[in-house]
Unconditional design. Structure first.
Length: 449
């Protein structure tokens, strides 16, 4: 982010552009705005705007004279005509932060593409992605074709013909030497570095905590696993039967059981008694024993029910919760700032997905109450603690119930996905390594046991 800000400021001061349009995920709009104050004279922040609010308010802000106009991808899609009108006659630059957002959502991609296809395209463009695990070369080709047409290919069919071989209707293999050729061509217009070379993941310690479920939690887990149903006390106090009807539903329910609850058919969270919840008991002990020394703790979960439960449970320690209920990025930043700066606020609870783009330093300890099934949200969440502002060791502790979906996910499925991602992106070195193969049917069966 700082190099993009400094580069565009230099263009503005030289008179080469009159405005910089920044597109980013909604969760980091205000992070961008705050970065302006860190890197530039306060005047530049005062002449920059975060485009949000009602449609009328967004249009008003788009037409204000200023340097940086910051908006999220969905907002551009909703006000594309008005954005074109606001930029008409201006020399402007374009920054696409987390540019993997424009790789495969047709409406979002077309909104961005319309900027480049207009009679007033950007004078300069920067596309940024800190999550290469989300980008296969095919996905990279789409934004590259917008900003530098013809560098890799004429169009997507031409990309497939040049670099790939169709094995089945759903599987594409890269031709020998294709990845090296793609990287060589991208070198003309890009800067790419490994996280380790940028100072990320400084002293990262992944420390999975192996937990044993008690008799009751284990019984409910096995019922979901073998009988596809389980009984818990409902909201009214009577026994409620929770059923599963698909493989995906079964897998999600098994993750919920290891977390200590199940959603019923109405979306209510039915919790096991606290004494039967292995993860909750471990977390109680950890917080009581170590929070006074570590001072700040981050807890991630994919489930809102878990975050709400923990928020109520640990109020005395000073807790803030950031999840889908916090709609505006400015409010999220205020909660994060409270966690960072208030001595009495020691715990932040975050949905794994909404964590993207946030800096949670000075925290150096994080607990992953559960893990997502794919890499990007897990690694994005971890990077909130191990990011570029970190100067010491960071410890991430995934909670893993033995002999459950947790163990298969943390020790088998996710490492295999990381291996594949490294191979596809060439992160093992110049020579593309052989990998152990894709996620197989048996790997999926391991999730449910």
């Amino acid at each position: 982010t700082p190099p993009a800000i400094i580069y565009n400021t230099a263009l503005y001061l030289k008179g080469e552009i009159q405005r910089c349009l920044v597109l980013c995920p909604a969760s980091v709009k205000w992070t961008w705005y705050e970065e302006l104050a860190k890197d530039l004279d306060p005047m530049f922040q005062s002449l920059s705007y975060v485009i949000e609010g009602t449609k009328a308010k967004r249009i008003e802000l788009l037409n204000k004279p200023g340097i940086f106009h910051i908006m999220n991808y969905e907002s551009l899609r909703a006000t594309i005509e008005e954005t074109h009108e606001a930029l008409q006659g201006l020399l402007y630059s374009f920054v696409g932060d987390e540019c993997q957002y424009i790789k495969n959502d047709s409406k979002r991609t077309m909104a961005v593409k319309s900027l480049f296809d207009s009679d007033n395209p950007p004078y300069r463009s920067i596309l940024m992605s800190g999550t290469p695990v989300a980008n296969t070369p095919i996905d990279v080709a789409r934004p590259v074709n917008m900003t530098t047409p013809g560098l890799l290919c004429r169009n997507m069919p031409d990309f497939y013909e040049r670099y790939t071989q169709q094995e089945t209707a759903y599987k594409v293999n890269y031709l020998h030497g294709a990845l090296e050729s793609i990287c060589d061509k991208l070198a003309r217009c890009s800067i790419r570095a490994l996280r380790a070379d940028c100072g990320f993941d400084f002293g990262l310690i992944l420390d999975p905590q192996m937990l044993s479920m008690g008799e009751r939690q284990n019984r409910i887990y096995r019922d979901i696993q073998t009988l596809l149903r389980a009984e818990l006390a409902g909201m009214d106090g009577f026994a409620t039967t929770v059923r599963v009807r698909s493989f995906l539903s079964q897998t999600l329910k098994l993750v919920q059981v290891t977390d200590g609850f199940l959603y019923d058919n109405k979306g209510n969270a039915l919790w096991l008694p606290d004494k039967d919840n292995a993860k909750l008991k471990w977390l109680d002990g950890y917080i009581n024993d170590y929070l006074p020394d570590i001072e700040k703790l981050v807890i991630f979960s994919r489930f809102k029910a878990v975050l709400r439960k923990l928020e109520d449970r640990y109020q005395k320690h000073g807790v803030v919760r950031v999840d889908g209920d916090v709609k505006k990025s400015k409010e999220r930043n205020q909660l994060v700032n409270r966690f960072q700066n208030e001595k009495g606020c020691k715990i932040i609870l975050m949905n794994t997905i909404v964590a993207m783009g946030m800096d949670l330093n000075p925290a150096t300890f994080g607990v992953a109450y559960d893990r997502m099934f794919y890499l990007m949200p897990n690694e994005q969440a971890d990077a909130r603690i191990t990011g570029i502002n970190q100067t010491g060791e960071s410890t991430i502790m995934p909670l893993v119930c033995k002999d459950t979906v947790d163990e298969a996910l943390v020790f088998k499925v996710l490492p295999k996905k990381r291996e594949q991602a490294d191979a596809v992106m060439g992160d093992h070195g110049k020579t593309t390594p052989k990998i152990s193969g894709g996620i197989t049917y048996n790997d999926l069966l391991d999730l449910v046991g």
